[in-house]
Design a protein around this ligand. Structure first.
Ligand SMILES: NC(=O)C1=CN([C@@H]2O[C@H](COP(=O)(O)OP(=O)(O)OC[C@H]3O[C@@H](n4cnc5c(N)ncnc54)[C@H](O)[C@@H]3O)[C@@H](O)[C@H]2O)C=CC1
Ligand SMILES: O=P(O)(O)OC[C@H]1O[C@](O)(CO)[C@@H](O)[C@@H]1O
Length: 386
């Protein structure tokens, strides 16, 4: 079986690549980083390291890689022959891969090939739908009809901590042993076939996506943003501070209350889920930088994303959101001179003031209680900043 995966980064090689390999796929990566492409093609293998098993090495074989800049013809040919197509390039980059993927899918249609499962494995709500939109709107412009004829576009929820270190000048993935990949079953080409071993298959993806983004990612983001304010370099350092731990767990609990109401999750199950994830975040051998976990704050402050999403829903249900509001306020103070989004937020706040920034990035209106709580937290946190 053959897989084409766009993005040979931490999740691409460290998570999706591993599962595809273990499910019996030969993988063709499509990757803009030439050094990663060359490294993969040098041996047609790559290594990954499992953090919780004392960084045990695992070698993934039967892989090759193409550059989308110089090898589009080869990528199109690989898409024609693929049994599955996946991505992990960042949701914002999906429009950038759309033309090549559309050309491949159109060539596949022309060749009379069967429908293929397509999944965008990104931390975003219904990322595969975002990819579909990009395929519709790109200059290559696929129609809805063409997409239906050639693809089973299944959304997924992606949960694994995948970091990297640099070995011989190239990044190598380091992964947490625990993971969860939930696949939208009814959108698959054959809903009764389970193409990726180790994944879960569900019809109601909303509840799993919200549990992942609004609980795992809210607590993680809160640790990163507050951690930086308290002078911590890693999430592990941050969560060793009981004040930050309480805030991070608080965001997860506030989100959990919403999910119990909305989807009927059992409170005890979500409490277990919180404890399990705090254990994952604080695993002693893990050194996860607040700069990585807090990266791209504009994406993380968006209305539907990990902090504002649950806060708005909590407000609508009349539930508490004080921890989420504090984490949102802290995100507005996140500094990383290597992160374009962090720079943009800081510049926007400087030029327009925090009030305008809150509404601009979160779409939370100034006349709401949530807005006021975020604003007062922001002003208090200015004094904490180290
Ligand atoms: N790292 C993690 O622990 C987790 C990451 N995710 C999600 O997975 C996605 C990827 O994250 P990471 O792997 O951490 O990032 P990464 O930066 O390590 O990997 C992304 C890869 O995509 C490549 N890329 C970017 N644009 C491309 C294009 N146009 N064509 C081909 N390749 C392209 C980059 O060069 C890079 O190698 C993101 O959406 C992230 O939110 C989800 C859960 C956990
Ligand atoms: O990848 P994002 O959306 O920037 O989120 C940061 C981190 O959150 C997690 O999904 C888990 O909390 C990661 O491991 C991830 O990389």
């Amino acid at each position: 079986m053959k897989a084409v995966h766009f993005g040979a980064g931490n999740i691409g090689r460290g998570f999706i690549g591993e599962l595809l390999h273990d499910s019996g796929f030969e993988i063709t990566f499509v990757e803009v980083g030439q050094e990663i492409v060359d490294r993969i093609n040098a041996t047609h293998t790559y290594d990954l390291y499992i953090i919780n098993r004392n960084y045990e090495k695992k070698t993934i074989d039967k892989v090759k890689a193409y550059s989308p800049i110089t090898q589009e013809k080869e990528i199109i040919a690989a898409i024609v022959e693929a049994d599955i197509i996946t991505t992990s390039v960042w949701a914002d980059n999906l429009p950038k891969i759309a033309n090549t993927m559309a050309r491949g899918l159109k060539a596949r249609l022309a060749a009379g090939k069967s429908r293929v499962n397509i999944m965008a494995c990104e931390n975003a709500f219904f990322a595969t739908n975002i990819l579909k939109k990009a395929l519709l709107n790109c200059t290559e412009g696929m129609t809805e009809d063409e997409m239906t004829k050639i693809g089973g576009f299944a959304n997924v929820s992606v949960d694994r901590i995948a970091l990297h270190s640099i070995k011989d000048g190239v990044s190598v993935p380091e992964i947490d042993e625990a993971f969860e990949l939930v696949i939208e079953k009814n959108k698959l080409v054959d809903p009764s076939a389970e193409p990726i071993k180790g994944a879960d298959y569900a019809d109601n993806l909303d509840m799993y996506l919200e549990r992942k983004l609004y609980m795992v990612n809210s607590g993680h983001a809160a640790s990163a943003y507050l951690g930086q304010l308290y002078g911590c370099a890693t999430v592990q350092e941050a969560l060793a501070n009981p004040v930050i731990l309480e805030e991070a767990v608080g965001t997860m609990k506030e989100a959990a209350k919403v999910l119990v109401k909305k989807f009927g999750f059992k409170e005890a199950d979500l409490q277990y889920f919180i404890d399990k994830n705090i254990k994952r975040f604080t695993f002693p051998a893990l050194k996860d930088e607040v700069l990585r976990v807090g990266r791209a704050p504009i994406r993380k402050l968006a209305e539907q994303d990990r902090l504002v999403g649950p806060a708005k829903q909590a407000e609508a249900y009349g539930y508490e959101y004080k921890h989420l509001a504090k984490a949102i306020a802290a995100a507005f103070l996140f500094v990383n001179l290597d992160d374009d989004q962090a720079i943009e937020v800081q510049d926007f706040v400087k030029q327009n003031g925090i009030e305008k920034a809150i509404t601009h990035y979160t779409n939370i209106q100034a006349d709401t209680e949530l807005f006021k709580v975020i604003l007062s937290n922001y002003n208090n946190l200015l004094h904490v900043k180290k």
